[in-house]
Design a protein. Structure first.
Lengths: 237, 163
């Protein structure tokens, strides 16, 4: 059991780590040999050279046998049962603050529906609603030009939902079309929403609306639930 | 012979599937610990190859944890090798993974002793339990608990100072 102040540290760590860009999946398994394998190949080459020299000299040599390759485990770790989702959808404070800080003509979008149950494979226990206040903790700022409202899990597994937007044209303007291509797109609120996968169970959704770029980060939830949450967005008055 | 080959191919696919499922979280964990992106990629690749070659080394209860521990060791070995082989200034001046202000807490994490970093990342980014962390690192659960407490206290202090 950790204290609430330690929870804040843990949450900040998770959020900051989540912002690290994972390389494209094409680079996850490479054809190149590992360093260890390279050393093994070099050692075998030396042994072979010695054997050849020995053979040329007419001395008997033992040829090294082949390397034994057995197989890895057949099972991935068993998924744990999902925990309760206890955050309060109607916790207004961060949204009221975001609305108050954002420029009057900057539309703050709040979900009116959120997934109550994480997918069966996750261990999400989302129970903390946090407003992005500054950049030191990795939550992103909330100002007249941007806002970030986080629903963050405090359980062991990383798990979160974030709803935010930026009016700075230099922020992420190229993200929807950046390489690699988006996983998928759909239309919500009259705009094309670009879905980018950040790894299994982690998604970044982006779209342009009213001169701003809106973003949703989700981890630990089914994509269909995240899409439903996006479709439920309504302006905060 | 053919059956064995098919079984081996199927096992490789299972292993690769498990590895790919774990990859994003483990990559984040390694970079959070202080690995440069290319180092994290290489370390994970080495762990993948090692998993193919030496299946008896890892517990079946946590592939994620096994790959994390093997990859973090591979990263540390590479760090040591680079430090020996490269001129000090070049090594020290290598760019950090990101200049984004949001990684300040990660900068604080990277000031901790490597073992504390490893434990914090294993527990709170990779998502291992205290028992799994202790087993995979070959240390006592009490050591994991104490190191976690110390690490979080240090991070909390750093974050309060920065505020």
């Amino acid at each position: 059991m950790i204290s609430s102040s330690d929870e804040q540290v843990v949450i900040a760590l998770r959020v900051a780590a989540h912002k690290i860009v994972v390389p494209p999946e094409s680079r996850w398994v490479r054809e190149r040999q590992s360093v260890r394998a390279e050393w093994m190949m070099a050692a075998l080459a030396i042994v072979a050279l010695v054997a050849i020299v020995g053979a040329l000299r007419g001395e008997p040599r033992t040829v090294p046998g082949s390397i034994s390759h057995t197989v890895p485990p057949s099972e991935t770790p068993a998924a744990s049962a999902s925990g309760p989702v206890t955050f309060d959808l109607y916790d207004d404070a961060p949204w009221v603050t975001a609305r108050a800080k954002a420029a009057p003509d900057f539309v703050v979008l709040r979900p009116t529906w959120l997934p109550r149950t994480p997918d069966a494979a996750s261990k999400c226990e989302i129970n903390l609603l946090r407003l992005g206040e500054d950049n030191s903790g990795g939550y992103g700022a909330t100002s007249s030009e941007e806002y970030h409202v986080w629903y963050i899990g405090t359980g062991v597994s990383p798990c979160l939902l974030m709803f935010g937007a930026h009016r700075d044209a230099n922020w992420g303007g190229d993200l929807p079309n950046a390489s690699p291509a988006p996983l998928a797109t759909f239309v919500a609120r009259g705009s094309v929403v670009y879905i980018r996968e950040r790894g299994p169970g982690a998604f970044l959704l982006l779209w342009f609306e009213n001169g701003a770029i809106y973003e949703v980060i989700a981890q630990g939830y089914e994509l269909s639930d995240v899409v439903r949450a996006v479709n439920s967005l309504e302006p905060v008055r | 012979m053919t059956v064995i080959a098919v079984d081996a191919a199927a096992e490789r696919l299972r292993w690769e599937s498990a590895y790919r499922a774990a990859y994003p979280t483990l990559y984040l964990g390694l970079v959070a610990m202080g690995a440069h992106p290319e180092e994290a990629e290489d370390a994970l690749q080495d762990a993948f190859v090692k998993g193919l070659e030496r299946p008896g080394d890892f517990p079946t209860t946590s592939v994620d944890g096994w790959v994390f521990v093997v990859a973090s060791r591979a990263w540390r070995r590479r760090r040591m090798r680079d430090r020996v082989l490269l001129p000090w200034k070049i090594w020290a001046d290598r760019p950090t993974p990101s200049a984004d202000a949001s990684v300040d807490v990660l900068a604080a994490l990277r000031t901790l002793p490597v073992r504390q970093r490893q434990i914090v990342v294993a527990r709170y980014i990779v998502g291992l339990s205290q028992a799994e962390t202790a087993e995979l690192l070959g240390i006592a659960r009490g050591t994991v608990s104490a190191a976690t407490t110390q690490a979080l206290a240090s991070l909390r202090l750093r974050m309060e100072v920065e505020k």
